[in-house]
Design a protein around this ligand. Structure first.
Ligand code: GUN
Length: 300
């Protein structure tokens, strides 16, 4: 049996969330209750499930949550106005705009409207740029969760060759930046890459983030690789539908040293790090409100 090779993302997320719960309790003692505002525009079924899970995890962690559910025909101006209201509300520490948005709302404009200090998704250009410069900024939740799993599995990542399959703004690009920050040698593969399997077979770490069901099979991997499967694809299996990743887990299991399952791998980590980012944002906003030590000294 190779079941021991499956990385338990649910258990790891439980450990992160237990830590988050403690940090929330400490902040509450300081008089600040972290609060996450979630905006959902439209009725996309998968987004509805994600948002419900995010709100549930927030409640379990002691984080206040505010849900703004807007109809699919809400104008861009209304969404921008709501973001501005939340930006200027000192009781709100994190703002999450669930993607995808209806086509008439420009995604970049909406994401750029979020105050970077409240950008718990790490999608604002201020945070994207900060990550690529190695500054201490809010980083995207899914790649941050993947890094946590990699460190738990491999320990020191320095010098490892990591291949990221996929170059999305949400996962592929920030994943590559985080791996680089951890001193990995990073290759990003995409739909125009030549001989992608040959390149991926050189990797110690493979991150699959393409959104194609079970695309990565054993022919992509060298023996002993660690594989992180970010894909969540719904497929029809006979008369029922089920979730599969971008990795053909059954095919790779005997070859790899560890792989994340779908479901129960990366998915729970994304939500756990959304909670972690909300706590980080709340703490930073609280600190920014406190008079600085220098100011206190000059007053006394
Ligand atoms: N839709 C799918 N994944 C994400 C995510 O990580 N953040 C947001 N805001 N929307 C998403």
């Amino acid at each position: 049996m190779n079941a021991h090779k499956l990385i338990d993302g649910k258990a790891a997320a439980g450990r992160v969330l237990a830590q988050v719960k403690k940090e929330v309790a400490d902040l509450v003692i300081d008089g600040i209750n972290p609060c996450l505002a979630v905006i959902l525009v439209g009725e996309d079924p998968a987004s509805q499930v994600y948002v419900r899970n995010k709100v549930l995890r927030a409640e379990e962690s002691g984080i206040l949550s505010i849900e703004h559910k807007l109809s699919a025909d809400t104008s861009e101006a209304k969404v921008l106005n709501l973001i501005h209201v939340l930006n200027s509300d000192p009781a709100v520490h994190g703002i999450l705009l669930q993607l995808p948005l209806p086509k008439h709302i420009e995604e970049t404009r909406a994401l750029q409207a979020i105050d970077p200090r409240k950008d718990v998704d790490g999608f604002h250009s201020e945070n994207v740029g900060g990550l690529s410069q190695g500054r201490d900024v809010l980083t995207p939740c899914t790649p941050t969760g993947c890094m946590y799993l990699l460190r738990e599995t491999l320990g020191d990542l320095r010098g490892k060759h990591a291949v990221v399959v996929g170059r999305s703004n949400i996962v592929g690009k920030p994943m590559a930046a985080l791996l680089l920050q951890a001193d990995c040698t990073v290759t990003v593969l995409h739909s125009r890459s030549r001989n992608p399997q040959d390149l991926a077979r050189q990797a110690d770490i493979v991150i699959a983030a393409v959104g194609r069901p079970r695309m990565i099979d054993a022919s992509w991997l060298k023996p002993g690789a660690v594989v992180i499967d970010v894909g969540i694809n719904r497929i029809q299996d006979g008369d029922r539908s089920r979730l599969v990743g971008d990795v053909d887990t059954d095919d790779v299991l005997s070859l790899v040293s560890a792989v994340t399952p779908v479901p129960g791998g990366v998915g729970p980590m994304t939500i756990a790090f959304l909670m972690k980012n909300t706590v980080i944002a709340a703490r930073q906003q609280f600190k920014a409100q406190q008079p600085s030590e220098a100011a206190c000294l000059s007053i006394s």
